[in-house]
Structures are given as C-alpha cells and as structure tokens.
Design a protein around this ligand. Structure first.
Ligand SMILES: C[S@@+](CC[C@H](N)C(=O)[O-])C[C@H]1O[C@@H](n2cnc3c(N)ncnc32)[C@H](O)[C@@H]1O
Length: 263
C-alpha cells in the first residue's frame, strides 16, 4: 500500500488546477474560510509570522499577506504549491510569502530553513490526512516562537452525517480512542477526536474551539474567558435554536481548534 503522503500528493497534484472551483461545491465553505481567517486575525497579532501547514493553492496565504502577516507556506503537493506561487507572485517577490513543497517525511526530518513562526495555521482538514499527529505537534512545539499558537480546522468527528454511517461505528469498535479511518478514497482520511488531539499536542493547551457549518460558533474554553463568537446569518429559526444548544457539537462539517503553548 502506498504511504498516505504519496497517495495524497498524487491526488492533490491532479486536483491543483481545479481546486478553487472544486471548493464551491458547498455553500458553507466560504463561511468556514472567512470565519477561520477572522479567528486567526483575532488571536494572532498582525505582523506575526504564520506557518500555513498544507497551504494548498494559497487562498489563505494571499489573504494573510494582505492582512499584514508574513506567511511560510508549506504543502506536501508540489502541484498545489505551484498554484500558490502563481497567486502570490508579488508577495513572494517582496518576501512576505515563502514556500516549501518538500514531501511530508522530509518536512518532519528537516524543518525548512525559515525564521521561527509565531503560529501554525492549517485550514480545511489538512490534519485529517495524517494518522499520527504527535510527531507533527512535537516539531511545532520545538519551532514556534513563544507563546506559540496552533489554529486548525479539522473534520468534525461528531458531525451527524458521519455518525450515522455504519463505517463510523465499525471504526469506533476497532479504534475506540485512536485516529479512525474515515475514508480510503480518493485518499485516506482519519477522524481526530478532541482528547486524541490534545494528547498528541501535549505541550499545548486548548484556548477555544468552534464548529463550522450553516453558522460558525466559537467558544473560548473557560480558563480563557467566556468569549463566544458567531459568524453567518443564514438558516431557519429551528437551526438558530439548535446551534444554541449542546447539540451544536453534532453540527457543522468542520471543527476549529485554537491551541497555545505558553512559555
Ligand atoms: C483540502 S486541501 C486544503 C488546502 C488549504 N489549506 C485550504 O484551506 O484551501 C488539503 C491540503 O493538504 C495538503 N496535505 C495533505 N497531507 C499533507 C501532509 N501530510 N503534509 C502537508 N500537506 C498535506 C494537500 O496537498 C492539500 O493541499
């Protein structure tokens, strides 16, 4: 069997030129992206350096550069990075954006010769392509400048549409606490539950989390204050009510996690 990163890079190299159009398949993708970037901008001071892990075609890198961040853009797929380089040509020329398209094991072995980032950001389920997150979070813990942020958007493992699939329960039986294989095609995708992420990112603590679907609801964890943020203004009155109950954990295709490693 091909390693995950090889299978994944082949798929994304083929998809690269069509990726931006492909994202339009869900009306909620734009809302999720807008909310994610906004959350990053609220948590990480402008002027900081962001490592965009699994940067794809640079939709976010371009936006972060416009907002005054320096961006280190890494992806396992050279085809996706080529698209980013076309989009961010001016920012690369000015030194605001730097790129790296090494394969994933090389990234783990030799962190690119970049200045230390202040935050890792990773949008649209990149981490769901990686089975074991511990080595990656260990690299981030070593490389990040204090305090060191990780802000990620991963697949919501409790999304009702996944939970109702027989495969969800089969994998729950096989791997009750670890990463669960969710789909094998077109590339292997794993579901990561919060306790497992926090265990893998043991040098970081959770600052807040969000669910992103028809709405995006962000709640800071109690120790970080009681802040709650909302994005989106669509949907029926029932949906409005549901998103205000604990059942909102079953809603939304994506979960955002904001983690910080204090000194
Ligand atoms: C769904 S796309 C998301 C791209 C981008 N973050 C965005 O918001 O549009 C997933 C990206 O993750 C990259 N990727 C998958 N596995 C990776 C890995 N192990 N290391 C780095 N990048 C990876 C893929 O090449 C692809 O560009």
């Amino acid at each position: 069997m091909e390693p995950d990163f090889v299978q994944n890079a082949a798929f994304h190299n083929d998809l690269a030129a069509h990726y931006d159009v492909h994202l339009r398949s869900s009306p909620y993708n734009d809302l999720a992206r807008e909310a994610f970037r906004d959350l990053v901008a609220r948590l990480v001071p402008a002027g900081s350096t962001l490592l965009d892990f699994g940067c794809g075609t640079g939709l976010d890198a371009f936006d972060y550069a416009q907002r005054g961040y320096r961006v280190l853009a890494y992806d396992n797929s050279p085809g996706m990075v080529a698209q980013l380089e076309a989009r961010c040509g001016a920012q690369i020329a000015s030194g605001t954006v730097a790129t790296c398209a090494a394969d994933y094991p090389s990234f783990l072995d030799r962190f690119p010769a970049w200045t230390a980032p202040d935050a890792v950001v990773s949008n649209f389920a990149v981490l769901n392509s990686i089975r074991d997150l511990s080595p990656l979070f260990e690299i981030f813990a070593r490389q990040l400048r204090p305090p060191g942020w990780i802000i990620v958007s991963i697949l919501n493992p409790l999304h009702w549409a996944k939970v109702k699939a027989p495969g969800w329960w089969r994998e729950a039986w096989r791997s009750p606490t670890g990463p669960r294989l969710f789909s094998a095609r077109p590339y292997r995708t794993y579901l990561h539950f919060l306790p497992a992420v926090l265990k893998a990112a043991r040098r970081f603590h959770l600052v807040g989390r969000a669910n992103a679907g028809m709405f995006v609801r962000y709640d800071a964890v109690a120790a970080a204050g009681k802040e709650r943020l909302w994005w989106g203004d669509a949907g029926s009155p029932t949906a409005h009510v549901l998103w205000r109950t604990p059942a909102f954990r079953l809603l939304g295709h994506f979960t955002f996690l904001a983690l910080r490693r204090d000194p």
